[in-house]
Design a protein around this ligand. Structure first.
Ligand code: ATP
Length: 520
C-alpha cells in the first residue's frame, strides 16, 4: 500500500510542511478531525506542483480563527456561508480550511443549501474524481487515503471526470474549472464528462454562475504555472468573457507575463519561493482600464491578493529608487538590499524596471554574483579549521563573499591572507606514551581503583598533567591588518598553524535557500 504521508512529506515545500503541522496542532487541540483534501492530494499524487493546501475539518473552522492567529497564521478571507477560512501560513504557503459539508442545489443559479457532514459525505459534493480524495491527518488513521470515486485511477489515466451527471447543471463554474485543469495538466475530459460539458455549453448553463464563483476562478488564474495558456483556453471555450465581459487575450501583456514566468522559474531554481500571483494578475489585466481592474478586484475574495496586486507598482518603484541610491552603491550593498527585499518584488522589478542600472543590478544578483561564491576557498578553509562549527563562521563566510563581490579580495592568496588570522588554535597533541616507572605506576593505578586518586609528589603531578584539559585559547589579538580592508569580526581568535587535515566540511552558501518543488 502506498505511504501517502511519506509522499506528502517528500512533495511539500518546507513551508507547506510546517503549515500542515500548524493546522494539525490547532485542529487536534480543538478536538476536530482533520483531512488534507482536494487539489493538494491530487497534486501530491500526480507530481504536479502543489500551489495551496486544502484542509477539511469535521466541525466549524470559523471557531478556530483565534487559534490559527495565535499559532502564527494570517486569516486572509472568511466565507461564512460555506464555513471556510483562508490562511497565509508562515513563509510563503497558502491554505484553505473548510467545514466538511453537503451541498443541496435546489434552484439553478442559487447558492446551495449547506449542511455540516462527515468527510465521506463531503467528498461526494466535489467537482471531479481527482479532486474528491482525502488524506487522514488524525491519530489512529493518519495516512489513510479516502478515495471513494477512484481518483487515483483517473490520475493514472490522466482524465478529468465528473462525479455525477448533473454536476455542470448544479454548479456551472465547474465548466470553467474543467477547462482550467485540462489546460494546466493537458488531461482530456473523460468521454461522458465531455458529452455533459458539451450539452452544458450548448444549454448556456454558464449564465447561472454565482458571482462568488467568478471571483474564485479569477483568483485561481493568479497561481497558474502557465497562465497565458490557461487564459487562451478559457477564451477559446468562451469562459474568459464570463469572468469579465471585456476580457480577451488582447488585454494581456504577453511579453510581460512571458518574462515574468521565465524569471520566476529562474528564482525557483535558485531556491526562492516568490508568490507570483499579484504580478500575474497585473500582466493578465495590463490593457484594462483602471475602473475595469477595480471591478475585477472587487470580485476576488482573497483580499491579500488584491492588496498586493494594487500596491505592486508602488512597491516596485520604492525598491527601484533604493537600488539607484547610496544604499546600493556597491555590489555587496546591492546584494544585501536585494536579499532583504521580498522575492516577489525582486521578481516584478526584474521584468518591469525602467532604469537600465536597476535592471542590471537585479540581473547580476540573480546570475553573475552567484558565481562569485565559487571563489570562496573551501578546501583551504577546512585546512585552517575554519568550518561551520565555528561560531564566527557564518559572519566570516559572509564577509569573504562581500569582499569578493566588491573586488576587495582579488585572488585566492589575498583571501587566505584575510582568513588566516581567524583560524582557531589547533587541538592539543595526544599525550606522550609513558615509559619506565611512570608507566608502571599508571598500570598499577589502572588495576587498583583505590589508587586512581592523584598521588602527592612527582608521580602525582605527572598523572594530573595527563588528565588536564587543553590549554585555554590565547587571548584575542587586535584586529589583523588584512581585515581592516573590509568588515572583519570585532575580535578574532589567535592565529594558529594548520594541523592534520580534518574531514571535509561543507560551507553554508550565503543566502542559499532550499529549492521548492518543481513541476514534473
Ligand atoms: P488549484 O490547484 O487551482 O488550487 P484546487 O483543486 O485546489 O485547484 P480549489 O479551488 O482550491 O481547487 O478548491 C479546493 C477543492 O474544493 C477542490 O479540489 C475541489 O475538491 C473542491 N471544489 C472547489 N470548487 C468546487 C466546485 N465548484 N464544485 C465542487 N467542488 C469544488
Amino acid at each position: 500500500m502506498a505511504d501517502y504521508i511519506y509522499t506528502m512529506e517528500l512533495r511539500l515545500t518546507p513551508d507547506q510542511l510546517k503549515g500542515v503541522g500548524l493546522v494539525q496542532d490547532v485542529a487536534r487541540a480543538a478536538g476536530m478531525n482533520l483531512y488534507l483534501t482536494g487539489g493538494a492530494i491530487r497534486d501530491i499524487i500526480s507530481g504536479f506542483s502543489i500551489r495551496d493546501l486544502d484542509f477539511t475539518v469535521q466541525g466549524n473552522p470559523l471557531k478556530l480563527v483565534k487559534d490559527f492567529e495565535k499559532a502564527g497564521a494570517k486569516i486572509t478571507a472568511v466565507e461564512e456561508d460555506i464555513r471556510t477560512i483562508f490562511l497565509a501560513l508562515p513563509g510563503n504557503a497558502r491554505a484553505e480550511v473548510s467545514m466538511a459539508r453537503t451541498e443541496r442545489f435546489e434552484k439553478t443559479g442559487k447558492p446551495p443549501i449547506v449542511m455540516p457532514s462527515t468527510i465521506h459525505e463531503d467528498l461526494r459534493r466535489r467537482d471531479f474524481t481527482v479532486n474528491a480524495m482525502a488524506l487522514s491527518l488524525n491519530e489512529g488513521s493518519r495516512g489513510l487515503l479516502l478515495d471513494p470515486f477512484n481518483g487515483v485511477a483517473d490520475i493514472e489515466a490522466k482524465l478529468i471526470r465528473i462525479l455525477q451527471n448533473y454536476s455542470f447543471l448544479e454548479d456551472p463554474s465547474r465548466l470553467i474549472r474543467a477547462t482550467r485543469f485540462a489546460a494546466r495538466f493537458h488531461w482530456p475530459l473523460e468521454e461522458r464528462t465531455q458529452a455533459r460539458y458539451d450539452s452544458a455549453k450548448e444549454g448556456k448553463y454558464i449564465e447561472h454562475i454565482l458571482k462568488s464563483s467568478v471571483g474564485h476562478e479569477i483568483a485561481a488564474l493568479a497561481h497558474e504555472d502557465d497562465p497565458l495558456n490557461v487564459v487562451k483556453m478559457l477564451e477559446k471555450e468562451g469562459w474568459l468573457e464570463v469572468l469579465h465581459e471585456r476580457w480577451t487575450s488582447a488585454k494581456v501583456d504577453v511579453n510581460g507575463i512571458t518574462a515574468l514566468m521565465k524569471t520566476r522559474q529562474q528564482m525557483v531554481d535558485l531556491g526562492y519561493t516568490p508568490d507570483a500571483g499579484p504580478a500575474v494578475m497585473y500582466f493578465l489585466t495590463s490593457h484594462f482600464s483602471d475602473k475595469d481592474v477595480a471591478d475585477i478586484q472587487k470580485l476576488i475574495p482573497r483580499k491579500d491578493l488584491v492588496e498586493a496586486w494594487r500596491d505592486i507598482e508602488d512597491h516596485a518603484k520604492e525598491l527601484a529608487k533604493r537600488l539607484m541610491g547610496k544604499e546600493a552603491a556597491t555590489p555587496s550593498r546591492t546584494w544585501q538590499l536585494l536579499s532583504s527585499a521580498r522575492p516577489e518584488m525582486v521578481l516584478f522589478l526584474a521584468v518591469t524596471a525602467k532604469q537600465q542600472s536597476v535592471e542590471q543590478k537585479i540581473k547580476n544578483y540573480l546570475t553573475k554574483w552567484r558565481q562569485v561564491q565559487q571563489k570562496i576557498p573551501l578546501p583551504e578553509m577546512t585546512e585552517l579549521l575554519i568550518t561551520p562549527q565555528l561560531p564566527i563562521y557564518p559572519k566570516l563566510a559572509n564577509d569573504v563573499f562581500m569582499l569578493l563581490l566588491d573586488g576587495k579580495l582579488r585572488s585566492r592568496t589575498e583571501t587566505l591572507k584575510f582568513l588566516k588570522p581567524f583560524a582557531p588554535p589547533p587541538p592539543p597533541p595526544p599525550p606522550a606514551p609513558r615509559r619506565g616507572r611512570a608507566a608502571k605506576a599508571a598500570a598499577q593505578a589502572a588495576g587498583q581503583p583505590a589508587a586512581a586518586q592523584p598521588a602527592k609528589g612527582k608521580k602525582g603531578k605527572a598523572a594530573a598533567a595527563a588528565a588536564a584539559p587543553p590549554p585555554p585559547p590565547a587571548p584575542a589579538k587586535p584586529e589583523p591588518k588584512a581585515a581592516a580592508k573590509g568588515k572583519p569580526a570585532k575580535s578574532a581568535p589567535a592565529p594558529a598553524k594548520p594541523v592534520a587535515k580534518p574531514a571535509k566540511t561543507q560551507m553554508a552558501k550565503p543566502a542559499a535557500k532550499k529549492p521548492q518543488n518543481k513541476r514534473k
